[in-house]
Design a binder for this molecule. Sequence first.
Ligand SMILES: [Zn+2]
Length: 103
Amino acid sequence: MSPTDSDATFAAMRAALMASYAGALATSRLSPLEALECMAAALGTIYREVADAHIDPQGCPCGWQPNELLDIVALEQSIAANAVKDEDATLFDLRSMLPVGHG
Ligand SMILES: [Zn+2]
């Protein structure tokens, strides 16, 4: 994926998630954090579904092999690395986190 593709994909996904977040706030009694937790829970179930499709011998033939532990750590790191304020980065010790790739 080129940086341009990645930026465009990120922008599109962010816009879709922001719309879902705004919709959830407008149509539920969820607090802001509860709405974000709901979004994170949805992402977790999407991971599970995608991983299962790649574990299934009849599933996706692209060759990606899920590694549940490392994949979920990578997802958690993506949230933390992008959510934390720069001045608080040491609280999360992001430098000690495992390197993340496409696997
Ligand atoms: Zn695949």
